[in-house]
Ligand binder design. Structure first.
Ligand SMILES: C[S@@+](CC[C@H](N)C(=O)[O-])C[C@H]1O[C@@H](n2cnc3c(N)ncnc32)[C@H](O)[C@@H]1O
Length: 233
């Protein structure tokens, strides 16, 4: 929980300076919002009967791309997102994913885009998502998936970061491999329908010479990909 609070401070700073007018629909995340909306549409299209939830919606860039159904965006930081909120066309809910304030079996489609490694409790989040989802509903998880060597390096940075905060990747309390995410989804009783890598990230530079040396040395086995996983209840 302490670590999540540190992440939240970083997220709030980010959203306070975020300017929706600078949002580039052509940049990598803009493209992945579009792709997520399309991938979910491929499952069954969108209809006016859809009840759609975006968990950790941020400023709602993705929900704004959907023009049918009842749309709900949930994020603990909605009140800090000044510029993005002006144009939203969804129902905003300030809450956390570990305690979703909805009745069971309500949503037909749920997005969790770039969020599951930002929350306090990923397992509890998936359990809550499953609970509020209708039988046969679809969940789309998009997440940074690290190679296992990079995950190990990030885990070491997390431990050292307790003493040297500059080593933390502040907004990410968790680091997952693709396998970690798939296992969590299966353990939470979701069926995996489709998985795809959307793009590979350019390498982040460590602030420390020694870590830059290690990163450079192991560059071939250090990588992060942004993956998209469609699952069904
Ligand atoms: C990287 S942003 C992604 C925002 C949005 N989904 C997007 O793709 O543009 C991560 C978001 O997760 C939200 N978040 C962090 N912890 C959360 C929690 N426990 N429950 C719900 N959302 C959370 C943050 O407030 C932040 O807006």
């Amino acid at each position: 929980m302490e670590r999540w609070k540190i992440a939240q401070r970083a997220e709030r700073k980010y959203w306070q300076i975020y300017d929706i007018d600078e949002y580039q629909s052509g940049d990598l995340h803009g493209q992945s919002h579009k792709y997520a909306v399309q991938l979910m549409a491929g499952a069954h299209g969108y209809s006016e009967d859809d009840v759609i939830l975006d968990v950790g919606c941020g400023c709602g860039d993705m929900l704004n791309l959907i023009d049918r159904g009842l749309k709900v965006g949930l994020d603990p930081n909605l009140r800090f997102i000044k510029r993005g909120c002006a144009r939203r066309n969804f129902e905003p809910i300030v809450a956390v994913s570990e305690n979703l304030p909805f009745n069971p079996s309500v949503f037909t489609k749920i997005f969790c885009h770039n969020v599951i490694d930002h929350v306090a409790d990923p397992e509890q989040t998936l359990a809550q998502i499953r609970k509020v989802m209708k039988d046969g509903g679809f969940l789309l998880v998009n997440v940074d998936a690290h190679s296992s060597t990079l995950k190990l390096r990030r885990t070491v940075s997390e431990i050292l970061g307790r003493f040297v905060p500059a080593m933390l990747d502040l907004a990410h309390p968790y680091s997952f491999t693709t396998r970690d995410i798939l296992k969590k989804l299966v353990k939470s009783n979701f069926q995996i329908v489709h998985m795809q890598t959307l793009f590979a990230y350019k390498k982040r530079k460590s602030p420390f010479e020694i870590m830059r040396f290690v990163d450079g040395f192991l560059t071939q086995i250090y990588y992060t990909r942004f993956v998209s996983i469609l699952a069904r209840k």
